[in-house]
Design a protein around this ligand. Structure first.
Ligand code: ADP
Ligand code: MG
Length: 451
């Protein structure tokens, strides 16, 4: 069946021929304006007349002339019939429109494998996605990636889709959020569309189905049932299904049992929060791709961001963007120091966490400066008298001023154990009691740190 536009073009050409042949402008105007081809099936052409009388008259008196004119303009001798009602009912017409489910759903090209930083927390999920992109439907089906919000699940899902699409351009890859599915379901549940057509859409148009955030299906009975039908029909045809969830399916209360079983029959992998090293790499990668190359950062700024925002990559990115904004618009500067960073990010952190971050780093910075050392020397392993003493003083101040547990202090100072820290702190306490010079130095340092 030709498209609507093709039919219109064909009829427009035919009408010119008909007008010339008919050679009676009044008849032409009154009987043939607003006519159109209703359908062509084989050699049968139905033409929609403008009134039922016109249909009768055209059929009885002009059919021969029109058939010949149309044959001249199209090269085909059609069996023409004029009708006064479209042959297809409204209901039958809808499938044309129904093919356009999820028409706004596109893979997002900014989420790719090449800008996804891989670390311990996401390595498995990354590996499985990479494999699937290279052989959709052949390895793990379905793949389910679960983990807290902001850890890169959506990024990975698009990356998989983009990669599969670039390897196999003719593959139909559809990315939807489960909430998009709920929306489409609601449309047909309210009678606007038929269920068949939604299921049919997936059957006909999808080779790789990427469903983000399946937790949104939970508790929605009708939607879950339809999703199950879609899942089954794709699965049995060997189509690839990849899903994400904020939790393992077993922990999704209210998930349809049949769906739970299906979700568990493939491969489920968890994603967790990145460690600080991975976070630092993510930051560096985001800085590189942000177009802010003019900005340089003190090393401890990156470490500070990574430490404070590692449990959520979205927040980590947010913090970095806030920092960009701040150093471009509020306090213009090409070099970002820890001081600028804490100032910029104050609003994003709880008071307590700023204070801790600030003081423990400030203590280290101040003590180092006081003894003309670098912070890394202070945190390092050197045991020479001067450095070791300064290090003990910094530990002592962390205990005194912030009441930090020994173990925590130990981890700040490069993984020293509880007893080592305690001994160091005791040594300084003793010195402070017995040595007025030491007491003065400590008071002095405290004053500087509090400033
Ligand atoms: P989720 O879907 O798990 O809530 P997203 O995929 O939306 O998380 O990730 C949030 C943001 O963090 C996105 O901008 C994403 O690009 C970024 N992101 C997450 N993990 C990584 C990573 N490993 N490498 C680079 N960017 C990441
Ligand atoms: Mg997401």
């Amino acid at each position: 069946m030709p498209t609507v536009t093709e039919l219109a073009a064909l009829w427009a050409r035919s009408l010119e021929e008909i007008r010339d042949t008919l050679n009676d402008q009044r008849i032409f105007d009154s009987f043939l304006v607003d006519t159109s081809i209703d359908s062509i099936e084989g050699k049968n052409m139905k033409v929609l007349a403008n009134t039922s009388l016109a249909a009768q008259i055209l059929n009885s008196r002009y059919k021969q002339l029109i058939t010949e004119a149309v044959a001249r303009s199209t090269g085909t001798v059609f069996e023409i019939e004029f009708i006064d009602q479209p042959t297809r009912s409204k209901v039958e017409e809808t499938p044309v429109e129904e093919a356009i489910f999820f028409k706004d759903n596109k893979l997002d090209g900014k989420y790719r494998f090449d800008n996804f930083v891989v670390g311990k927390s996401n390595r498995e999920a990354y590996q499985a996605s990479l494999m699937i992109a290279g052989a959709p439907g052949q390895l793990y089906n379905p793949l389910l990636v679960y983990g807290n919000s902001g850890l890169g699940k959506t990024h990975l899902l698009h990356a998989l889709g983009n990669d599969a699409k670039s390897r196999f351009p003719r593959l139909n890859v559809l990315y939807i959020s489960a909430s998009d599915f709920v929306e489409e379901y609601v449309k047909f549940a309210t009678g606007y569309r038929s269920e068949q057509s939604l299921v049919g859409f997936f059957k006909e148009n999808v080779d790789v189905l990427l469903v983000d955030d399946i937790q949104y299906l939970v508790g929605k009975r009708g939607t879950m049932e339809t999703f199950f039908t879609v899942f089954e029909s794709l699965y049995t045809k060997g189509k690839q299904i990849v899903m994400t969830s904020d939790q393992h399916p077993n922990n999704l209360d209210g998930l349809d049992e049949r769906l739970r079983t299906r979700f568990n029959q493939g491969l489920s992998l968890s994603m967790s929060a990145p460690d600080e090293m991975t976070s630092e790499q993510i930051l560096k990668s985001k800085i590189k791709s942000s177009g802010n190359e003019q900005l340089t950062f003190d090393d401890d700024v990156i470490a500070f961001l990574a430490e404070k925002f590692s449990n959520n990559v979205r927040e980590l990115e947010g913090a970095l963007n806030r920092l960009f904004f701040y150093t471009i618009n509020i306090r213009p500067s090409n070099h970002v120091t820890l001081e600028i960073a804490t100032e910029a990010l104050a609003s994003l952190m709880s008071d307590r966490s700023i204070k801790t971050a600030l003081s423990e780093r400030k203590i280290i910075a101040m003590v180092a400066e006081y003894y003309s050392l670098s912070p890394s020397e202070l945190l390092g392993k050197s045991r020479t008298g001067q450095v070791a003493m300064a290090r003990h003083i910094a530990m002592y101040l962390c205990k005194e001023m912030m009441d930090m547990p020994y173990a925590k202090i130990g981890s700040v100072f490069g993984g020293k154990d509880h007893t080592t820290v305690m001994n160091g702190v005791r040594k300084v306490e003793k010195e402070v009691d017995e040595n007025p010079g030491m007491k003065r130095a400590i008071d002095d340092l405290k004053a500087r740190i509090k400033k």
